[in-house]
Each structure stands twice: as structure tokens, then as C-alpha cells.
Design a protein around this ligand. Structure first.
Ligand code: PEP
Length: 255
């Protein structure tokens, strides 16, 4: 149930489940059977699941016929060639992906992805008609020293500098404070709203229509409060997307 959503009536709510490197064929099939059964019919919110790459086709087969859409967790910045272990945007599109998460903080921190690489991945995704979900967010040290908006501004600008901010017409942004992802800590509604407004302002006119998700320990117990904020258009979920009941409760809160 939506509350106070007057200012973003033109933006469809979106809930994205990032399974990270979890699951197996049997667990995924069980999870998807419950999620599909609980998300029948027409909805005002969009729902996307992002399984690990080896399970994309398996997932697609199970969500076919429902309104749930498929996304990937990562993409190569390159189109083709000698890049062992990488998966191109075109390959993801062939596997029926519509979305791809770009620049998740786990990839920035653990795989050393730079803003420059993230920008290249964003471009590669759009070339293959995938919708990038660009993750931005500050560390706890950056939040504490007050540089969080500078950091997020630079993360957005790295994309705009390469291809202009217009590309955000066909993209989603996810504000994910690093200190809130997988930690059980959630940004306060005021902290989240401040950053979401800042992102919109950075993107100028496109900022009015771009969907901006909040991510970081969203649960069914805090989703409704976050979704009620005028500049939050849904959520990027980690842990909560692995539990069908919890995932569905959050999807319904956005609907
Ligand atoms: C995420 O991985 O993008 C995420 C938001 O994780 P969690 O919901 O578990 O904090």
C-alpha cells in the first residue's frame, strides 16, 4: 500500500532481488515456485530477480508466464574476445535478461571495480538493450566525515562524463550505503531521502523520471516506511530476496 506518493506518480515502483552467490537448482526452484505463486495477476510494481549467471535460464523458465522479470548481477565491459570468465551483455540479453546490476559495492570493494569500469559496463549493458541498475553509495567512513554526497556525485558523474546524463532515461539507480548492505543496519528515512533527492538533482530533468531504489538491509518490517517516501521508488534486496515470504511481503508493500 502506497502512502504520500504524490510526487512520484509517474514512476513505477520496482523491487529487485539480488541473490548474490546463493542457491542451487533445487533451492532456486522451490523459491521461485513460491514467489511466482504469490505474484500472480496484474501489479502496479515491477519485480525482478537476479540469480547467479549459471541459473539465469533455469530461472527464466520458472518465471515465464508471470510478470516477474530477469536480471543479472554483473556484466563484462567488453563485447567479445579473450576475457576468460566474463559474460557479455549480449549473452545476458540472449538469456532473456532485461536488467543488470552494475557497480554493486561488493564488486567495487572485493573485485576492485573502478568508477571508470563501472561506466564502461553501464554503456555495454545499454548497447545490448539491457537496463543497468547502477549502484552508488558511501562507506561508513565517508558517511561519518560528511563526504557521502561528494562520493555519490562522483559515482554518477563517472557515467555522465562518458556518455552524458541522458543515458539515465533507460536506467535505474540504486542508492546502497555500503554500511547498510548485509549488516542489518538501514539508513534512516531522512538519510535515504536526502540522498535520493540529491541523485535526482544531479541528473537534472531526467532526475524526475529515473527510478531510484534504496538498498541496504530492507526487510518487510521497514519496507513500507521507506516506500512511503516521495523519492524512493522501490528496493534492491539482498538477504530478503532469498526468503519467498519476506520477498513477497516487500513486493506487496511496493505494489
Ligand atoms: C544488496 O546486496 O544489494 C543488498 C541490499 O543486500 P541486503 O538487502 O542483504 O542488505
Amino acid at each position: 500500500m502506497l502512502l504520500n506518493k504524490t510526487s512520484n506518480a509517474k514512476r513505477r515502483q520496482l523491487v529487485v532481488g539480488n541473490w548474490k552467490m546463493n542457491g542451487n537448482q533445487q533451492l532456486n526452484a522451490e523459491l521461485l515456485a513460491k514467489v511466482v505463486a504469490g505474484w500472480q495477476g496484474e501489479h502496479r510494481a515491477d519485480v525482478v530477480v537476479c540469480p547467479p549467471s549459471p541459473y539465469l535460464l533455469h530461472t527464466f523458465e520458472r518465471i515465464s508466464g508471470s510478470s516477474i522479470q530477469l536480471g543479472a548481477q554483473n556484466v563484462s565491459q567488453y563485447e567479445v574476445g579473450a576475457y576468460t570468465g566474463e559474460v557479455s551483455a549480449q549473452m545476458l540479453a540472449e538469456l532473456h535478461c532485461k536488467f543488470v546490476i552494475i557497480g554493486h559495492n561488493e564488486r567495487r570493494r572485493l573485485q576492485g571495480e573502478t568508477d571508470e569500469q563501472v561506466a564502461q559496463k553501464f554503456i555495454a549493458a545499454q548497447r545490448a538493450n539491457l537496463i543497468p541498475i547502477l549502484c552508488v553509495g558511501e562507506s561508513s567512513a565517508q558517511r561519518e566525515n560528511g563526504s557521502h554526497l561528494d562520493v555519490i556525485g562522483a559515482q554518477l558523474q563517472s557515467v555522465c562524463a562518458h556518455v552524458g546524463c541522458d543515458v539515465f532515461k533507460q536506467a535505474v539507480v540504486a542508492y546502497e550505503p555500503v554500511w547498510a548492505v548485509g549488516t542489518g543496519k538501514t539508513a534512516t528515512p531522512q538519510q535515504a531521502e536526502e540522498v535520493h533527492c540529491f541523485i535526482r538533482a544531479q541528473l537534472g530533468e531526467i532526475g524526475e523520471t529515473v527510478r531510484i531504489l534504496y538498498g541496504g538491509s530492507v526487510k518487510s518490517s521497514n519496507a513500507e516506511q521507506l516506500f512511503a517516501l516521495p523519492d524512493i521508488d522501490g528496493a534492491l534486496l539482498g538477504g530478503a530476496s532469498l526468503d519467498a515470504e519476506e520477498f513477497l511481503k516487500i513486493c506487496k508493500a511496493a505494489d
